[in-house]
Each structure stands twice: as structure tokens, then as C-alpha cells.
Design a binder for this molecule. Structure first.
Ligand code: G3P
Ligand code: CA
Length: 225
């Protein structure tokens, strides 16, 4: 049962910051989940929304700014928006990294960075899993490098996600936990896929999905798992 910290340990530190990922490590999480977009100069930026409005003191689209400009905006008045490289360096192979592709152009950049860390820094494919609600991006990722593990995100339909997972030879289904029951978890696992539901935060919900024998849980408070 993998304990995966959603956007870092989001219940305790501002989401998608190095502090949130450090907190996830401190809580002995097996993995962290994060979201990525590109800056206008092609850096992979770890942020959930396509704009910086909600989480920083700035305004505008992430991909309208160069990295140096994005670094000048602050989260909670003190933290900077991290790049994916910075998160990899902080984690340093200590847990699984679930990279959720959100922004246009992220598949090729993320695949390139993963390949760089594997060939030059002694990481391996088990350190990463890529997910997305944008299944075209998942197909692109799989075509670029079929060794990279893929999790198919769905908030709508398990059967459609399963069919797509079979098509691209994904490793896991990442469903909204409300879609799950004991039967469909078993059905997904019998087809050879892991089940990693999100975002399971309350004790009751955690207990419920645990009883379905899922392979891991993505949670804002991984310590409760
Ligand atoms: O990866 C699961 C979860 O993060 C998907 O939703 O909106 O938090 O990115 P969201
Ligand atoms: Ca996410």
C-alpha cells in the first residue's frame, strides 16, 4: 500500500512547494504527486493551475513568463515556485515521483528530464510514474519512451480508462476514489493494473478504499494512511 503525498503533503505545507515535498519525505511517504506546466523559456514548472493567480502573489499564465520571472513571485509570501529539476534533486531517489502532465508541451520535456536523470544520475524507471487527464499526452509519453510507467487518470469512467490503459500498456489506473468499489478494484487488478485513487483525505474514506485493497492512496495527509 503506497502512501503518496498529493501536491506534496498539501495538508501541512503550501501545495507543490519544496517545503511540501520535504514534509512528505519527513512523513515517510512512499511517493509524491505533483503537477507540471512549461515556462515560456521551456523549463518544467511545478504548479497545479495554468495561472499563478491562486497560489502566488502574481497574476498571469505560467507559460507567459520566463523562469526568472516566475521565481520572483512568492507563495505564502516566502516560498518560490519550484522547477521539476529542483524537486528531483530534493527527493534524490528517496521516493516515487508521480508527475501529472497538465500544460501543453510537457510530455517531451518531462521524458527528456527523466532520461537525463536515469542516464546521468543513477536514477531508474521505478522512481517515476506519469499521469494525466489528457490521454493524448499519455499516448505521446508512451510513444516517446515505452519504459516510463503511466497512470491513467479518470474522474468519469473506469471501463474507458481500462480500455485506454490496455491500449498504451499503462501500469496503473488513477481514479477519483468515488468511482471505486471492491469489485472494480479487483477487476482492474486482475487485468494487471495497479489502482491508485485520489484524493483520499478523511479517515473514513481512507479506511473504505483500503478495504478495497487498492495498491496505493494519493492523499493531502499521507500520514493518516
Ligand atoms: O493525481 C490525482 C490528482 O492530483 C488529480 O487532480 O486537480 O489535484 O490535479 P488534481
Ligand atoms: Ca494533480
Amino acid at each position: 500500500m503506497l502512501k503518496i503525498a498529493h501536491r506534496g503533503a498539501k495538508a501541512y505545507e503550501p501545495e507543490n512547494t519544496l517545503q511540501a515535498f520535504q514534509k512528505a519525505l519527513d512523513l515517510n511517504s512512499d511517493g509524491i504527486e505533483l503537477d507540471v506546466h512549461l515556462s515560456s523559456d521551456g523549463h518544467i514548472i511545478v504548479i497545479h493551475d495554468e495561472t499563478i493567480d491562486r497560489t502566488t502573489n502574481g497574476k498571469g499564465l505560467v507559460n507567459d513568463f520566463i523562469l526568472a520571472e516566475l521565481k520572483s513571485f512568492l507563495i505564502d509570501g516566502k516560498y518560490q515556485i519550484p522547477t521539476l529539476n529542483e524537486v528531483f534533486d530534493l527527493v534524490d531517489k528517496r521516493c516515487l515521483i508521480n508527475i501529472e502532465l497538465k500544460g501543453l508541451g510537457t510530455p517531451s520535456k518531462v521524458v527528456q528530464l527523466i532520461e537525463e536523470y536515469i542516464s546521468e544520475k543513477n536514477w531508474n524507471y521505478d522512481h517515476f510514474i506519469i499521469s494525466s487527464f489528457d490521454w493524448d499526452m499519455l499516448e505521446e509519453t508512451s510513444n516517446l519512451n515505452s519504459n516510463i510507467s503511466i497512470g491513467v487518470l479518470t474522474e468519469e469512467n473506469i471501463d474507458t480508462a481500462l480500455a485506454f490503459a490496455e491500449k498504451i500498456k499503462a501500469k496503473a489506473i488513477h481514479p477519483d476514489f468515488n468511482l471505486l468499489n471492491e469489485e472494480n478494484v479487483q477487476q482492474i487488478q486482475e487485468k494487471g493494473f495497479q489502482v491508485l485513487p485520489w484524493t483520499v483525505n478523511s479517515k473514513e474514506d481512507i479506511q473504505k478504499v483500503k478495504s478495497y485493497k487498492v495498491d496505493g492512496i494519493i492523499s493531502d495527509n499521507p500520514d493518516k494512511i
